[in-house]
Write a protein that binds this ligand. Structure first.
Ligand SMILES: *[C@@H]1O[C@H](CO)[C@@H](O)[C@H](O)[C@H]1NC(C)=O
Ligand SMILES: *[C@@H]1O[C@H](CO)[C@@H](O)[C@H](O)[C@H]1NC(C)=O
Ligand SMILES: *[C@@H]1O[C@H](CO)[C@@H](O)[C@H](O)[C@H]1NC(C)=O
Ligand SMILES: *[C@@H]1O[C@H](CO)[C@@H](O)[C@H](O)[C@H]1NC(C)=O
Ligand SMILES: *[C@@H]1O[C@H](CO)[C@@H](O)[C@H](O)[C@H]1NC(C)=O
Ligand SMILES: *[C@@H]1O[C@H](CO)[C@@H](O)[C@H](O)[C@H]1NC(C)=O
Ligand SMILES: *[C@@H]1O[C@H](CO)[C@@H](O)[C@H](O)[C@H]1NC(C)=O
Length: 308
């Protein structure tokens, strides 16, 4: 047989085998990698149908989402799948997740790791950005992450949604200090239930695509200068509930005017705002939803001419 036709035959065969394998189910290397994740995400009665059986279609496994065309894993919902015992809890230990485990999932777009008692993402073998280079949604809520995770997450430039709620973050200073602005594409950021203070707002000014920001349930107090959010020209939703805020710095003090014309939803529940709040909202000209339950407003309030 001529070398050329042999080559044609071989490549045709290869295509047939590849096509057959793809219609069969998920990629074998992804199935094996999923099964390896089970040693970390080891809670009883979770991930039960994740089987160590060659050829098992992992796209049909619980909490796994595949692209129907490419058959690649694009979503993993590992919410509350890791077991930790009381000893771990008592001694303040937590899990260290080796991100190398995710390397085979080249098309992973969405990952939910919430409620797993994880303290850090270990990335000394491979960088976080090379492992999660297609990730758009990352949910890390209800773990033990502290500030140090921020400098790693900053490298995930395709991220659109980041949920860090209910962790142990005390400062956002790691978001700052780079020439290249971090997380340029981030649209939704949830930092609720951490330990942030007033000055942490300034570290958010580089997140120029941000549309929704939740800093509820932190340690903001007294007077808040939200003019530091002026650069976030796309911001539509701001949640500052469950803090100890008494006032928002109003538009006429200071040099830079407050520019909040894009704000549509503002949540200020469970703070210490008084009747003067409505005057401070002067300028929120496109507000569609305002929630101010559980504050210290009383008596009669003059709304006329305030919010237009
Ligand atoms: C699925 O994969 C195909 C082929 O790789 C790609 O064109 C498409 O955009 C992917 N769809 C999703 C939803 O990821
Ligand atoms: C992380 O996983 C990789 C690949 O399995 C392994 O080579 C490496 O030793 C692990 N790193 C740590 C810190 O466990
Ligand atoms: C985990 O996060 C993903 C992505 O946001 C979401 O679709 C899923 O509902 C979440 N799972 C739980 C149990 O909250
Ligand atoms: C933050 O978490 C990392 C990883 O668990 C740990 O090494 C570090 O000591 C923690 N830093 C603080 C300030 O608690
Ligand atoms: C914020 O906006 C001001 C002017 O509006 C600009 O000078 C500054 O560079 C911006 N900062 C960032 C971090 O984008
Ligand atoms: C306020 O923001 C809007 C929308 O980003 C912009 O068009 C307008 O020029 C800004 N106004 C001031 C006074 O900076
Ligand atoms: C309303 O609040 C003001 C200031 O906080 C206080 O002096 C006043 O007694 C309050 N009035 C009522 C009716 O609670």
């Amino acid at each position: 047989m001529e070398a050329k036709s042999l080559w044609v035959l071989l490549t045709t065969l290869l295509f047939i085998i590849q096509g057959w394998r793809q219609t069969e189910g998920c990629l074998e290397q992804e199935r094996i990698a999923l099964f390896q994740l089970k040693s970390f995400f080891n809670r009883l009665y979770k991930l039960e149908n994740w089987a160590d059986v060659k050829g098992s279609n992992c796209c049909q496994w619980e909490r796994v989402e595949c692209n129907i065309t490419s058959k690649r894993v694009i979503g993993l919902d590992l919410y509350f799948t890791r077991y930790w015992d009381n000893r771990e809890r008592r001694s303040d230990l937590s899990g260290y997740l080796n991100v190398s485990l995710f390397l085979p999932f080249e098309e992973l777009k969405s990952l939910n790791l919430s409620e797993n008692n994880i303290a850090d993402l270990v990335d000394n073998q491979v960088s976080l950005s090379s492992v999660f280079n297609n990730l758009e949604i990352l949910v890390l809520s209800g773990n033990n992450f502290n500030d140090s995770v921020l400098s790693k997450l900053k490298s995930l430039t395709k991220l659109k949604t980041l949920d860090l709620s209910d962790n142990r973050i005390i400062s956002l200073r790691h978001f700052e200090g780079e020439k290249v602005q971090p997380m340029m594409n981030l649209e939704v950021l949830d930092l609720s239930g951490n330990l942030l203070k007033n000055n942490d707002l300034t570290y958010l000014k580089g997140l120029s695509s941000l549309k929704s920001l939740n800093i509820g349930g932190n340690q903001l107090e007294g007077s808040i200068d939200i003019r530091v959010l002026n650069n976030l020209t796309k911001l539509k939703l701001l949640d500052l509930s469950d803090n100890k805020i008494e006032s928002l710095q109003s538009s006429h003090d200071g040099e830079r005017p407050l520019n909040v014309t894009n704000f549509e939803e503002l949540y200020l529940d469970s703070n210490s705002f008084t009747n003067s709040l409505l005057a401070q909202l002067n300028g929120f000209s496109n507000l569609k939803s305002l929630s101010i339950r559980g504050n210290q407003l009383n008596g009669s309030i003059n709304i006329k001419g305030r919010i237009t």
